[in-house]
Design a protein around this ligand. Structure first.
Ligand code: GUN
Ligand code: ZN
Length: 437
């Protein structure tokens, strides 16, 4: 396969940037080069150095003056909720019952699942998102459709069918045994096939009986290398109902703990109203709290205290995510803009370098995948996003006064969306241009 040499302003992160001036946390090349071969980043550095090492016969793609960054990672999103996004007027439990569960029943129909899976991944690419941790519906066919679509695009995804056997309409319920059997079959068929990864996905404690939670526990024991994703401590009414259903539990986190679902590959969506004890348990177990700012604001769920969770003695691992369709944007740029505002309401500021760290390397670390994605390190997989800070007249005008890289990143985050994404490379191949509108 011929190699491609990308030229542009390259930016990747080495560690968490303490301040907006902490350039030692990143590697930024004003005239950078990335050699891409067989889906991997084969070489990186200054354009001249990479070019001289690359030899003859490479295809050059010049992205100057645009920025080339690692592809964005969305750590919690619901594929079957593309026709739920923008549903008016409800908090979490009503929103689930009124809009979400009825919509997800449509995924009984495998053809519907295939159509939405295709449109969903098109939308991710359009937004510069190259990896998602996704929830499918309860139906095995929805996960099959999702993996088949991701596999055909060679996208690295983490996904699973939700397990849910109570407190939901019949059309979106499984049983403890069928959820185990279907998850098992999906794992056998898809986990480790190409870039596909399975996540055991009990939706949340409210929609699983204790018997089903035991099935999730059995799956985790049998497949300790798998991710597990669920929801935790999103909304006060949800927390109260959960306590009623599991009266023996110390708190919400204790339920998942009891069933052995905490750990370094466990992704807990929301985690807004955690007690200190719960935060300690998540930290001790290496579990990940997933911050979904647009969803938390839209559903009126609350303000995730990012800086406190990061800064506490027992720090939490944190990821960020859209949580579409509770979330209101597919864009991780819009998501980080709203994250900035939520953090501001908690009296802190998230510096722009830290934002872009979170979007890329930070979210890759949260998935325990930074050796494969989330950076521009040679040997890693060539999922890339090319950004322009001049996507709109307003951005162009504001750019006239921008002087530093941090200011430019903050502008892209604050005003940017899919229009700021010039191209998205998936496993080294350009994937955005050519998508239908
Ligand atoms: N809790 C259980 N299911 C869901 C869901 O689909 N979205 C959100 N935001 N919270 C949930
Ligand atoms: Zn969710």
């Amino acid at each position: 396969m011929t190699a491609t040499l990308l030229r542009g302003r390259t930016l990747t992160f080495l560690r968490w940037p303490e301040t907006k001036d902490d350039l030692a946390a990143c590697r930024y090349e004003e005239d950078g080069g990335l050699l891409v071969r067989d889906g991997l980043i084969a070489d990186a550095g200054t354009f001249e150095a990479v070019k001289s090492r690359a030899g003859e016969g490479v295809q050059l793609v010049d992205h100057r003056p645009n920025l080339i960054v690692p592809g964005f990672i969305d750590c919690h999103v619901h594929m079957p909720q593309m026709q739920v996004i923008a549903s008016y007027g409800a908090e979490l439990l009503d929103w689930l019952n009124t809009y979400t569960f009825p919509e997800e029943t449509k995924f009984r129909n495998a053809q519907h699942g295939r159509r939405i899976a295709r449109l969903f991944l098109d939308e991710m690419i359009r937004q510069g998102t190259t990896t998602v941790a996704a929830y499918c519906s309860v139906h095995k066919a929805s996960a099959e459709a999702f993996f088949a679509e991701a596999h055909s695009r060679d996208m690295l995804v983490v996904a699973g069918k939700v397990m849910m056997d109570r407190n939901a309409p019949e059309g979106v319920r499984d049983t403890p045994q069928s959820s185990y059997d279907d998850s098992k079959a999906l794992i056998a068929e898809w986990h480790g096939r190409g870039r596909q990864h399975y996540a055991i996905t009990p939706r949340f404690a409210i929609t699983s009986t204790p018997e089903q939670m035991e099935m999730a526990q059995a799956l985790m024991r049998e497949h300790p290398d798998l991710h597990m994703q669920t929801h935790l401590s999103e909304n006060h009414a949800e927390i109260a109902f959960t306590q009623e259903l599991y009266p023996w539990s110390k708190d919400y986190t204790d339920i998942y703990d009891h069933y052995g679902l905490l750990g370094p590959r466990a992704l807990f969506g929301h985690c807004i109203h955690l007690s200190e004890r719960e935060a300690d348990r998540l930290s001790e177990s290496g579990s990940v709290a997933v911050f979904c700012p647009t969803s938390n604001l839209f559903l009126g769920s609350g303000l995730f205290d990012y800086q406190r969770y990061r800064g506490r003695d027992k720090a939490l691992r944190i990821a960020t995510a859209t949580d579409v369709g509770g979330g209101t944007s597919y864009s991780m740029l819009r998501t980080m803009d709203e994250a900035y505002k939520v953090i501001a309401l908690n009296g802190e500021k998230l510096n722009p370098l830290a934002s872009f760290w979170q979007l890329t390397r930070g979210n890759a670390e949260a998935l325990s995948m930074s050796h494969r994605i989330g950076t521009l390190e040679p040997g890693t997989e060539a999922d890339l996003t090319v950004l322009t800070s001049r996507a709109t007249p307003g951005m162009r005008l504001r750019m006239e006064t921008v002087e530093t890289l941090a200011e430019e990143l903050f502008l892209i985050q604050t005003l940017g969306d899919d229009r700021a994404v010039v191209e998205t490379y998936v496993a080294g191949r350009p994937a955005k241009r050519g998508l239908e509108d």
